[in-house]
Ligand binder design. Sequence first.
Ligand code: BES
Ligand code: MN
Ligand code: MN
Length: 464
Amino acid sequence: MEQTQSYIQSKKEEFLNQLIDLLKIPSVSADPAYANDVKKTAQFLKNEFNRIGLDNVEIFSTAGHPIVYAEKIIDNNLPTVLVYGHYDVQPADPIDLWDSPPFEPVVKKTEIHPQGAIFARGACDDKGQMFMHVKAVEAMLQANELPCNVKFMIEGEEEVGSENLETFIKANINKLKADVILVSDTGMIANDVPSITTGLRGLSYVEVEVTGPNRDLHSGLYGGAVANPINILTKMIASLHNEHNHITIPNFYDKVVELSDEERAEMAKAPFNENDYCKALNIDETYGEDGYSTIERATIRPTLDVNGIWGGYTGEGAKTVIASKAYAKISMRLVPNQNSDEITKLFKTHFEAIAPKSVKVKVTPHHGGEPSVTEITSTEYKAASLALEESFGKKPIPVRSGGSIPIVAMFESVLGLKTILMGFGLDSDAIHSPNEHYGLFNYYKGIETIPLFYKHYAKLKSYT
Ligand code: BES
Ligand code: MN
Ligand code: MN
């Protein structure tokens, strides 16, 4: 991979400028107002795939946003790597909290990124990380060092649940035939502590609506005699955790796989500093389920969180009112072997059961997804481990992540393929938040490391 690596070194500036161009297109999948920009982004990728010399480059339209496909088959007897990523981004709100406009990328130095980081929505999640794969393959092609076949499948709906990707995969099982799926859409522990993500949590997401009286009421004339939907909703939500911060929904934990003491001890070896963690978030203490460490709470344990809550009067000054309705969006992160449909049902049954007769409750499920875990004994894990070790000079640590990429479980159930989650982001990169950024070190390191995965994977595969 020497030619590949020197090509990468010679193209650093160009690679950065291309990413900047990609980040300028506001491909917000959740908001229909950006539909055209989402299309433009797919077109950008198509052009790029053609430019670097991939074959069968195609934009597949779906019921939602398009999927971009491309491939390079050099020899049918060689293994095939299927690269998955997403070019859609989260909405940029709240815009006021950004130090620079979310779709006008700027490079700035930070304490954690002394070489500079690129600030823009999608910089880390996932345009920056997805684009590393395009650049890595470009380099291998230019250097004539691509050691196996490669296919790209880049979607525009990851941030809204990947529902149309599921349909696409089921309809294109042959086209997507591969040996492993390679994804950079997660993180690592620190720039000098490489790690590989070995698990993702699943997700159940519901919206609840509590209705009291048939209209908003004067809180003096009716207050005290009529159920206030906001009071009731907050009380119901508060009751979903007990004093040990366990979730109180009956049967919620039934299928949760508990880790063995050995597995927990292994997890605890990964470097983590509670003080630094608190300091970075400006909190005095962490908070969570009794009996579990901070890392465990955030990765191997299921959770329930209110993501948004609204109702009543929130404008200027005071308005004395009892609102007719109150709402909340609630997410539950799931771990093996919980199932999102089952958990959503348990939630709905319980939430309806705990509502007093004085209100009506409606529970509407949103998209969900299943958790996934990968073995560290597989050929693909070994290849990833060797690649990171070669590139960082340190053996990577396997870590379970708390985030969700529901399509990974689907890859396994529909395509029978394991996914390697080789992410280069940092938790402090503020994905989904204002001032999202991605370190230049991370961007370049990713581009340099990916070809090493191909090298090791092709080599290990040739023995098996
Ligand atoms: N890339 C993230 C998931 C992620 C980030 C996993 C960091 C591990 C480490 C992905 O784009 C994402 O945001 N997923 C959503 C779920 C999706 C269904 C909207 C999530 O985790 O909230
Ligand atoms: Mn992502
Ligand atoms: Mn995301």
